[in-house]
Design a protein around this ligand. Structure first.
Ligand SMILES: Cc1cc2nc3c(=O)[nH]c(=O)nc-3n(C[C@H](O)[C@H](O)[C@H](O)COP(=O)(O)OP(=O)(O)OC[C@H]3O[C@@H](n4cnc5c(N)ncnc54)[C@H](O)[C@@H]3O)c2cc1C
Length: 303
């Protein structure tokens, strides 16, 4: 039995692993996809303390290396169930593995929100992508659209604008909401066009996405054609599997008490998966540290 199991190997989970392992607790991190979490999708990050600039993948590698150097174990598999037995908890993964721990930290982060359009699932991987780092190169010299105007969308758009012949940013609000510095970079480029106040209402194409119908304010529609569509319209949490043991708000984010506690003793939350105002690497790491220290207090009977 482990002292602490951490579900999710993003910045929150891996920071928790460093703190818990340094306190000589046995720690297992379970990760379903890419250790490092969402930040691996960012080609360049400039606001992580201690780094003027670093690629998200390199930062992720350093997090993993740091956690393992302290003695944390990392296993792959999606946690599909968590059961509370009072003094210990059991987690099960989609690979059929089962692990036990005295305390659990849930750090499952968030995933890309979809547009909710007809045929969207069918076109994912066939013209729709959520990751410029992963798929941008497929559209070198072509025309692409980016749906979304927030920070994540604009960071991805900068990368796409270096690859694509033409990039159109479609934003539903009347203005872009991403960082001003990133907006300035994009707006200075000749191959970038921004259309605000529009919604994508229909996806077009046979086997592959080739265009979309967009609706402008006032209900006027227009058909646009392109080679690929990138979607960055926010994220949603991945807390469903734990909903019996933690409290969720109406959007599915976990409501935590002081010390990252949940309503179930011995289960803690950290990072983007919980209700909070700022979702960034720095705040995820802060949550991870706090959750680990609370879990240690819980194990030592002082919480
Ligand atoms: C394109 C992009 C650019 C960004 N740029 C910046 C930036 O410049 N600066 C900044 O500070 N932040 C940036 N962010 C935000 C930052 O990446 C997140 O705030 C941070 O990664 C949150 O960390 P987390 O550990 O809470 O969650 P995540 O990073 O989402 O990690 C959660 C991990 O849990 C795993 N997981 C989920 N469910 C399960 C399960 N059931 N079982 C096992 N594993 C599971 C996921 O696969 C994931 O690896 C960016 C995000 C994106 C998408």
């Amino acid at each position: 039995m482990y002292d602490i199991i951490i579900i999710g190997g993003g910045p929150a989970g891996l920071t928790a692993a460093v703190y818990a392992a340094r306190a000589e607790k046995s720690v297992l991190v379970l990760e379903k996809e890419t250790a490092g979490g969402q930040i691996t999708q960012s080609p360049s990050v400039e606001n992580i303390p201690g780094f003027t600039q670093i690629a998200g993948t390199e930062f992720a590698d350093r997090l993993v290396e740091q956690a393992m150097a302290q003695g944390a174990e990392i296993e792959f598999g999606e946690v599909i169930s968590l059961t509370d037995h009072g003094s210990y908890k059991t987690v099960e993964t989609d690979l059929g593995d089962s692990f036990e721990a005295k305390a659990v930290i849930i750090a499952t982060g968030a995933k890309h929100r979809h547009l909710g359009l007809e045929r969207e699932e069918e076109f994912i991987g066939n013209g729709i992508s959520f990751c410029a780092v992963c798929d941008g190169a497929f559209y070198k010299g072509q025309k692409v659209v980016m749906v979304g105007g927030g920070n994540s969308a604009l960071v991805e758009a900068v990368m796409l604008s270096d690859l694509a012949a033409e990039l159109v940013i479609l934003q539903d609000l009347p203005f872009l909401t991403g960082e001003k510095k990133v907006q300035d970079i994009l707006l200075a480029k000749d191959n970038v066009k921004v259309i605000t106040g529009v919604h994508v209402v229909k996806l077009l194409g046979e086997d592959t996405l080739t265009g979309a119908v967009i609706e402008k304010n006032g209900g006027i529609t227009e058909e646009i054609t392109f080679d690929g569509m990138f979607v960055a319209v926010g994220t949603e949490p991945q807390n469903e599997a734990f909903s019996g043991l933690i409290e969720l708000d109406e959007r599915g984010y976990a409501i935590t008490e002081a010390g990252m506690k949940t309503k179930t003793p011995g289960i803690f939350m950290a990072g983007d998966c919980r209700v909070k105002k700022i979702r960034q690497v720095a705040t995820a790491a802060a949550d991870g540290a706090e959750a680990a220290l609370s879990a240690i207090d819980y194990l030592e009977g002082s919480l």
